[in-house]
Design a protein around this ligand. Structure first.
Ligand code: ADE
Length: 224
C-alpha cells in the first residue's frame, strides 16, 4: 500500500511514522508513505499557500491552486483509490473504516491548517473526509499519522503474529479482554486461574465473556 500525504509540516510526520510497527511495515516493503511539502506548489516565491477568506473573518484558508497542483502531480504517476481530507467535520474514524482503507492500494491524505482548505478542493477532488474525534487539532498531520498507523498495522504481514489484529479491541465491535504476564502473583493480586489452565477452549470462552462484560460496562453503545 502507498500513502501520499500533502502537508505544510512534513517534519511533524517524521517521528510517528518511522518507529515500531510503522517502521517494520515500511522496512518489509508492505507500506510506503511519502510526505509532500505543499510549499513546492506555492503560488509565489514567498511560499504562499494560504490566503484571507472571502466574506471576512479571522483565519487563513488554504488556497485551491497549490492543493490542486499537488494532487494532480501525484495523479499523473498513478491512480488513487481515495483522496482523503482530515477534518473535524468528517466521518469519525473507527476500526471498520480502518479495515476498509487497509484494502486500498493508493491513498492521498490532505492535511489542513488554519481555517481549513478552500471548499472547492473538497468538492472537486476529495473523496473521503475523516475526523479522528470531536475536538480540534491545530493541523491535520497528527490525524493523518493516526490514520496511517491504524490502517498500516492491518496490512497482511505487518504484525508479527498474523492473527493478533483479529483480537484487537473493536475488531468484532467488542473491547479486548484483560491480559496478564508474569508473575502469577503480584503483591497478592493473582492471574485468573483459567488462564493457567492450559485449556485453549476454556480460555477462549473466558476471554469472549470478559470482552462482552467489559464492552457492556464501558461501551454499551458497541453492543447495539
Ligand atoms: N484537523 C483538525 N482537527 C481534526 C480532527 N479532530 N480530526 C481530523 N482532522 C483534524
Amino acid at each position: 500500500m502507498r500513502i501520499d500525504i500533502i502537508t505544510v509540516l512534513p517534519e511533524l510526520l517524521e517521528s510517528p511514522l518511522n518507529h515500531s510497527i510503522m517502521k517494520r511495515a515500511k522496512d518489509k516493503g508492505l507500506l510506503q508513505v511519502y510526505t509532500h511539502n505543499l510549499r513546492q506548489w506555492a503560488v509565489n516565491a514567498y511560499g504562499q499557500v494560504d490566503d484571507y477568506q472571502y466574506g471576512g473573518g479571522a483565519g487563513m484558508v488554504m488556497m485551491c491552486e497549490p492543493l490542486a497542483n499537488a494532487i494532480e502531480s501525484l495523479q499523473k504517476e498513478r491512480s488513487y483509490d481515495e483522496i482523503i481530507y482530515v477534518t473535524p467535520d468528517g466521518a469519525m474514524l473507527n476500526q471498520k473504516l480502518a479495515n476498509q482503507l487497509s484494502m486500498k492500494d493508493n491513498l492521498i491524505i490532505i492535511c489542513g491548517h488554519y481555517k481549513g482548505i478552500d471548499q472547492r478542493i473538497r468538492d472537486l477532488y476529495v473523496t473521503k473526509e475523516i475526523s479522528i474525534g470531536d475536538y480540534v487539532l491545530s493541523g491535520g498531520e497528527l490525524a493523518a499519522a493516526i490514520i496511517v498507523d491504524s490502517v498500516g498495522r492491518l496490512l497482511p504481514g505487518v504484525l508479527n503474529d498474523e492473527t493478533s489484529a483479529l483480537f484487537d479491541s473493536f475488531q468484532d465491535d467488542l473491547l479486548a479482554p484483560p491480559v496478564y504476564t508474569r508473575p502469577e502473583d503480584f503483591r497478592g493480586s493473582k492471574v485468573p486461574e483459567v488462564l493457567l489452565s492450559g485449556n485453549p477452549r476454556i480460555i477462549e470462552d473466558w476471554r469472549h465473556e470478559k470482552a462482552l462484560e467489559i464492552t457492556g460496562a464501558k461501551r454499551p453503545d458497541l453492543l447495539k
